[in-house]
Design a protein around this ligand. Structure first.
Ligand SMILES: [Zn+2]
Length: 430
């Protein structure tokens, strides 16, 4: 059975970070720092139709002006791609050692990142010419001539409630995005930070058993914005099994954009045609995690909250800005770290206090903390023990998805999974 997840981690200290820090970290490695300067805040109130703003460098977002935006409504009939150009996924299980897999509620979505090495990869047939980027394959003829295989490594994955891509006019219940990067070293035409490709898996909700591959993850969803849960030791995410089985991995391929501000274009999308499934319980847990809600400290645990001997904590709690940020459900990433007992400060509090010095106010007067500091701050903290400290109640479920964008006659290719070629490949391996 999949447990329900109305209860979340204990909260003692909350640090707010500016919106840029909580934008999904597209284009950065899992261990790297999010952009340090803030841009315009955004939310999903009108599903992206009001996303005009600037990034941290005051550069306008592409959301309202771009001509190759994502998501899109996928057609029943698309150009059939040549089997020699098909992409292949190889995703072993992610296994937790108790501190290497982070489940983050960044205020926009539930996102999973890892700090240890992960061997997952995706082979993509790309244009071999030196100046080519990852999306140029779409304008090439249907032959493997002039192509090469490049490897994309996953950086993170996250979920949208309500699918972002539509299938012939219809949305499904949920969509998962696995964001991967092809390094500049493999494709010199890509920027220094590499080219991005996103694999999208759509989900239906069904009666009955939960999705076992996501079971450990969905019982560890952080309910409050800014919260990070570590998957407990031994917990696994079977990413390969979240995707449909190999012989069902038919997909749409097209060139699009990030589906969140700044909506940068030049991404290669792979949208799998076969839907996966989650249970109602899992679906509700995810809806709860991304909705407006009130979370209350359970009475028996209040004694565990140290009356901070540090002025910094009280300062943060009395600033008011964090609370307002939560109320408005803007995308502020905060970290909430629970302390293990009321007797003395646990080890990692020292880290917390030292990191507080890097707090500043940004242009809107919001307290800002670099995400590198957030990551550092969580290292070694024993959060799992305090899973049940809070109880959350949702006011209303809300969805974190952007509406489909005009396709503008883009090339959309459909690749049919080939049972035979996989069987041959398996036979050769054996
Ligand atoms: Zn996404």
């Amino acid at each position: 059975m999949c447990g329900h997840v109305l209860l979340i981690l204990g909260v003692v200290l909350a640090l707010a970070a500016a919106s840029e820090a909580c934008v999904y970290k597209y284009g950065t490695s899992p261990g790297s720092e999010a952009p340090s300067v803030s841009g315009t805040s955004w939310d999903y109130k009108v599903m992206g139709d009001d996303w005009s703003g600037v990034d941290g460098h005051n550069k306008s977002w592409s959301c309202m002006s771009g001509l190759h935006q994502s998501p899109i409504d996928l057609p029943v009939s698309a150009h059939i791609g040549d089997p020699s150009l098909i992409s292949k996924w190889s995703y072993p299980s992610l296994i937790s050692n108790g501190s290497n897999i982070e489940v983050i509620n960044n205020g926009h979505a539930i996102q999973v990142e890892w700090t240890s090495n992960y061997e997952g990869s995706m082979d993509i047939v790309a244009d071999a010419s030196p100046a080519a980027t990852i999306t140029d394959i779409l304008s090439m003829p249907d032959t493997s001539e002039g192509t090469k295989v490049v490897t994309a490594r996953p950086l993170q994955f996250h979920f949208h409630t309500g699918s972002e891509h539509f299938m012939d006019g219809d949305a499904l219940a949920m969509e998962m995005h696995i964001v991967s990067r092809v390094p500049h070293s493999e494709m010199p035409g890509c920027p220094e930070a590499g080219c991005l490709t996103v694999t999208a898996v759509l989900f239906k909700v069904r009666e009955g058993p939960c999705n076992a591959a996501l079971k450990d993850l969905f019982t560890s969803l952080p309910m409050e914005e800014g919260t990070i849960n570590f998957l407990s030791e031994g917990a696994t995410i079977d990413l390969g099994k979240v995707l449909p089985s190999k012989e069902k991995r038919s997909y749409y391929q097209y060139a699009g954009s990030l589906t969140t501000p700044p909506c940068s274009e030049g991404l290669l999308w792979h949208v799998l045609d076969e839907a996966s499934h989650i249970s109602w319980k899992q679906y509700r847990a995810l809806l709860m995690a991304v909705s407006d809600k009130d979370c209350t400290l359970k009475a028996e645990d209040t004694s565990k909250v140290p009356r901070a001997s540090t002025g910094q904590m009280q300062y943060l709690r009395s600033s008011g800005s964090l609370q307002n940020l939560h109320r408005s459900h803007t995308a502020q990433r905060a970290l909430r770290s629970s302390l293990s007992s009321s007797e003395g400060m646990p080890q990692y509090l020292e880290v917390v206090v030292s990191e507080l010095k890097s707090l500043q106010r940004d242009r809107q007067g919001v307290l800002v903390l670099q995400s590198s500091a957030v990551r550092h701050l969580t290292a070694g903290s024993d959060l799992q023990k305090h899973k049940d400290t809070y109880v959350c109640v949702a006011y209303a479920y809300s969805q974190n998805r952007r509406l489909p964008q005009p396709s503008n006659d883009r090339m959309i290719k459909y690749f049919e999974a080939s049972k035979e070629s996989d069987m041959i490949a398996e036979a050769i391996k054996a």
